[in-house]
Design a protein around this ligand. Structure first.
Ligand SMILES: [Zn+2]
Ligand SMILES: [Zn+2]
Length: 213
């Protein structure tokens, strides 16, 4: 699988705009899923254009949670791809521009090798992708807590990678067995995680591409 960070608080590639929020393109099994949409449609679309990601090639949108810095780009993106299906956590309000919405409640296999943890306490779902190397978990802000997310994901197999915003996460030992950690967006203790796991932790930033599995 390949993950391209489109929207992040920092940039990895010159020419992209940094802004508080998160969005990434998840490519696996011939699918091109957009995970979250950042805060501003203008920044999302400009960064996508710079990265050569045509909005019409997105095959589904997966929204982690209803916070403005994750759903803000939807209103500008959806008119450019009217047929895309949007997977929302159950409590998230339906975006008026969306034609096809799937409201996710409990844990679910959405497509072959693509899973949702289901909406966890904290009103957030994480995307789980099965790869040859184990499961990759992509999270928005980790409001349910990283431990809760990893436990929920592990019902689908062995978690091997974690990418996304980890908020105030401090239980660093939970990351010990992972092959890849990319703590970005709202992660407050990024330096500690990078220092503790120099072999497996990588920084994020808009434009960063991670291949895994
Ligand atoms: Zn956030
Ligand atoms: Zn949030």
């Amino acid at each position: 699988m390949k993950i391209t960070i489109i929207y992040d608080n920092e940039t990895w590639q010159p020419g992209l705009e940094a802004d508080w929020g998160f969005a990434c393109l998840v490519e696996a099994e011939g699918r091109r899923w957009l995970f979250d949409t950042g805060a501003k449609g203008t920044v999302l679309l400009a960064n996508m254009e710079h990265l050569g990601i045509d909005p019409q090639t997105i095959t589904a949108i997966f929204i982690s949670h209803a916070h403005w810095d994750h759903v803000g780009g939807l209103a500008d993106l959806l008119p450019l791809n009217r047929d895309v299906r949007v997977y929302l956590p159950g409590s998230c309000p339906r975006p008026p521009e969306a034609r096809e919405v799937v409201s996710v409640q409990g844990p679910l296999e959405i497509a072959e090798n693509f899973f949702s943890t289901g909406e966890l306490p904290g009103a957030e779902q994480s995307l789980v992708v099965k790869t040859a190397q184990g499961l990759a978990v992509i999270c928005g802000c980790s409001h349910p807590g990283v431990g809760t997310i990893l436990k929920a994901a592990s019902r689908f197999g062995r978690v091997a990678a974690l990418i996304g915003g980890l908020h105030g996460f401090k239980e660093y030992e939970l990351l010990a067995d992972l092959a890849l950690v990319c703590p970005c967006h709202c992660t407050q203790n990024q330096a500690e995680i990078m220092g503790r796991y120099p072999e497996t932790a990588v920084s994020g930033g808009a434009g960063r591409v991670l291949e895994f599995g």
